[in-house]
Structure formats: C-alpha cells, structure tokens
Design a protein around this ligand. Structure first.
Ligand SMILES: C[S@@+](CC[C@H](N)C(=O)[O-])C[C@H]1O[C@@H](n2cnc3c(N)ncnc32)[C@H](O)[C@@H]1O
Ligand SMILES: Nc1nc2[nH]cc(C(=O)O)c2c(=O)[nH]1
Ligand code: SF4
Ligand SMILES: [Mg+2]
Length: 181
C-alpha cells in the first residue's frame, strides 16, 4: 500500500517538460521540512499499485509525474512497471535523498541545502533559488540545470544570477502564473 495525497490532471508547470499534459500522483509525507515548501501533502489515502494505475488511466496523456511530499519514500519498480505496462512515461520530482528504482524514465532532482544525495541517475537538476551558493549542484551529473524562483517572488534575482552563470536556465512555476493546479 502507498499513501496518496492527490491524483490530478494538469500541465507540467516547471522545468524541462513545462507545458506538457501530465497526471500528477502526489505521495503523502516527506523526510524534509523546507521552509519554503508550497505543498500540503500530509493527508492521504492508502492505495495499491493497481488503484493508482486505474486512477491514472482516467486521463488521456502519456506523462505521469510522481511527486509529493517525497515520492522516493514510497515508490518501487513494480509501480513504475505497472505504469509502463499502461503505456505511460514516468517522471519523478524528488529531493534526491532516497534511492530510486532504476526504471523511471525522467528524474528531476531538486537538492536541498544540508542534505546528501542518494539518487544515482538525474536528468534535470532544478533548484529553488533563494540566494544560496548553488555551485555544488553543478557537480550532479545531469542533462539540464534549472533555477526556479521561490513562489514566483524573486524572479529578478534569479534572472540576474543566471545571466552571470549561464550554465543555468530559468524555470518558472508557470501553473501559478496561469492559475491551474
Ligand atoms: C513540492 S516538491 C515535491 C518533490 C520533492 N519533495 C522535491 O522537493 O523535489 C516539487 C517541486 O517544487 C519545488 N518547490 C517547493 N516549494 C516551492 C516554492 N515555494 N517555490 C518554488 N518551488 C518550490 C521543489 O523544490 C520541487 O522541485
Ligand atoms: N502544474 C504543476 N506542475 C508541477 N510540477 C511539479 C509540481 C510539484 O508539486 O511537484 C507541480 C505542480 O504542483 N503543478
Ligand atoms: S523536500 Fe519537497 S516536499 Fe519535502 S518539504 Fe522540501 S519542497 Fe516540500
Ligand atoms: Mg507543486
């Protein structure tokens, strides 16, 4: 059984796949307590892998985004296999502190200060930028490096930093700008 906070259909708002229709599976609970966290995730309902796949199958898109809370606390290769068998492309949003199954299609890692990473494979690094030293995040091997303003509040600061350090790209939380989930 896995504890699920919500399953909803929207567009990926952030990072490399921004604009892509996706079903979000939000797992309950997290091992960190980031001051800036914009998500309520503690409440939840217990679901089997089959129930999760059935809920995802209500929607016509190919992309599924496992998020939370911290989905790495819950997920296993059997869930990812079941989503693959249902024809889905499986992405995860993770803080990187958990070992993940290797069959996930796309890993977005958002490292948090003072934590050590256990995630083995990362496609995109996406850091919430609040003026901290982010240079060590570039040591994580990945295909893309994004800085994301905190709740769309400090975009000017993020743009200025990126213009000085052009290995980074801007990720806006576009869903908040257009008022969708
Ligand atoms: C809610 S977290 C869930 C997944 C995982 N726990 C993590 O932190 O990556 C999803 C994404 O939202 C980002 N995030 C959380 N609060 C934010 C905020 N106030 N502004 C911008 N991004 C935020 C996280 O850094 C992460 O990239
Ligand atoms: N539209 C939309 N895109 C997102 N990308 C990552 C999200 C998350 O909370 O993990 C999120 C979210 O909550 N909504
Ligand atoms: S790791 Fe992710 S879900 Fe957990 S508190 Fe931080 S931003 Fe929120
Ligand atoms: Mg969110």
């Amino acid at each position: 059984m896995k504890k699920i906070n919500e399953i909803f259909y929207s567009l990926q708002g952030e990072g490399y796949h921004a604009g892509t229709p996706a079903v979000f599976v939000r797992f309950s609970g997290c091992n960190l307590k980031c001051d800036f966290c914009d998500t309520r995730h503690e409440e939840g309902t217990e679901m089997e892998n089959g129930d999760i796949v059935k809920a995802v199958e209500q929607y016509p898109c190919r992309m599924v985004i496992l998020t939370g809370g911290e989905p790495g606390l819950w997920i296993d290769s059997a869930l990812v296999d079941a989503l693959h068998a249902s024809g889905r492309y499986v992405c995860i949003e993770t803080n990187g502190t958990c070992l993940l199954p290797e069959n996930i299609d796309w890993v977005t890692c958002s490292p948090k200060q003072g934590t050590s990473l256990k995630v083995a494979h990362v496609d995109e690094v996406k850091v919430v930028y609040l003026g901290q030293d982010v240079s060590a995040c570039l040591d994580i091997p990945a295909r893309h490096y994004f800085l994301q303003p905190c709740s769309c509040q400090n975009t000017d600061e993020v743009i200025a930093y990126i213009k000085q350090h052009p290995v980074w790209r801007l990720s806006l939380q576009t869903h908040k700008l257009i008022n969708i989930p």
